[in-house]
Design a protein around this ligand. Structure first.
Ligand SMILES: Nc1ncnc2c1ncn2[C@@H]1O[C@H](COP(=O)(O)OP(=O)(O)OP(=O)(O)O)[C@@H](O)[C@H]1O
Ligand SMILES: [Mg+2]
Length: 340
């Protein structure tokens, strides 16, 4: 991976105006033809994606992910701000930019349904100036890789949703783009299909130095695939960090202490550095879950305090386990509306 950015979103903003049509108001007889509504879909979003990187864009429904993807691929014009791909301005050098990128938008209506996958690839290949032997070879290779070879001569309308999604990815890759933008690529796919798409993205980026931007609601996909993650909330980029750093963001630590029995009520109350305690009685033992401050001095004190108190209570300590922070947790914390 090199350090030069291949995608650069420079404070992009997008405001959509929609018109809602109304008929005549029966009582007032007033005619009101339409009302304009303003949706501020993307607000001052700025990020860079480096060559060879897999960048994930996460966010709740309506957060603005698809709009960002569309602005990078030139399908939606930013209200303000600029987007660059490989140093080229997406609006001013649109055609050149389009040659660099392949896009798969959410939904599967990318392909032409009366045609077969091979015919689709021939059609879209020709549109993107790929033809002849190269086109034929690449079409077969892509279908093989994604696991669609046995359907290459079947009309697309007879394919399943997952198979259509795989074809959409092949179409996006037919011109061998440097950058691939995947809007929810694994939604609705079975485990194997999702796996093959993830593998393909990893191979493209790791072995061929391509770059991928992936939006997803699947925290597993994001955690496994992405080098860096941006979390977008109400159109704003609420966090943008390497995946590992994001996982460390909420750094208070949760310990699980397994005991032979539930200790008396309030045994852990009033210990400095202990943020939260919960006890769970189980069939053969008890689980005590303790959340502790991140600060190293406080953490040390708190842990000693917890262990001492438990020993005094007469409970036998069977194991201590530090619970791993999950991306889902971090995501929920960042996108939680009550923290605003
Ligand atoms: N063409 C459009 N006209 C008007 N409003 C739009 C348009 N496209 C998107 N929006 C609005 O912009 C906001 C962001 O939409 P967007 O599709 O980018 O969200 P998203 O993060 O992709 O959501 P999801 O996870 O549901 O796919 C939404 O409030 C949506 O209603
Ligand atoms: Mg979307």
């Amino acid at each position: 991976m090199t350090m030069d950015p291949i995608i650069h979103a420079d404070n992009v903003d997008k405001v959509f105006y929609t018109r809602h049509f109304f008929s005549k108001n029966e009582t007032t007889e007033k005619r009101r033809l339409y009302e304009k509504r303003r949706v501020h879909a993307v607000k001052q979003v700025a990020f860079e994606i480096r060559r060879g990187e897999i960048f994930g864009l996460l966010g709740p429904n309506g957060a603005g992910k698809t709009t960002v993807v569309k602005m990078i691929s030139g399908l939606v014009r930013p209200s303000s701000g600029d987007v660059y791909v490989a140093g080229m301005h997406v609006e001013r050098q649109r055609l050149k930019v389009l040659r660099k990128i392949g896009v798969v938008l959410e939904g599967t209506r990318t392909s032409i349904w009366p045609l077969t996958p091979l015919e689709n690839l021939a059609y879209f290949g020709n549109l993107k100036n790929v033809s002849g032997k190269v086109l034929r070879k690449r079409s077969h290779e892509l279908l093989e890789f994604i696991g669609l070879s046995d359907k290459k001569d079947v009309q697309v309308r007879r394919l399943s949703r997952g198979q259509k999604q795989k074809l959409a990815i092949c179409i996006a890759l037919i011109a061998d783009p440097d950058v691939i933008l995947l809007d929810e690529p694994t939604t609705g796919l079975d485990v194997q299909s999702a796996r093959s798409i993830k593998d393909r993205v990893i191979e493209m980026t790791r072995e061929h130095n391509k770059t991928a931007l992936v939006t997803t609601h699947d925290m597993g996909v994001a955690q496994e695939l992405c080098d860096r993650i941006g979390i977008i909330k109400n159109g704003e980029l609420a966090a943008c960090k390497p995946t590992g750093e994001l996982l460390d963001l909420f750094s208070e630590q949760v310990y699980e202490l397994r005991l032979d029995r539930v200790p008396p009520n309030g045994v852990l109350s009033g210990i400095e550095g202990v943020l939260e305690v919960s006890m769970h009685e189980q069939e053969f033992d008890a689980l005590c879950v303790v959340t502790i401050e991140h600060d190293p001095v406080l953490r040390s004190q708190a842990l000693y305090g917890v262990i001492d108190r438990l020993r005094e209570s007469g409970a036998q300590l069977r194991s201590v386990n530090l619970r791993q922070q999950s991306l889902e947790n971090v995501f929920l914390r960042i996108t939680d509306d009550s923290t605003e």
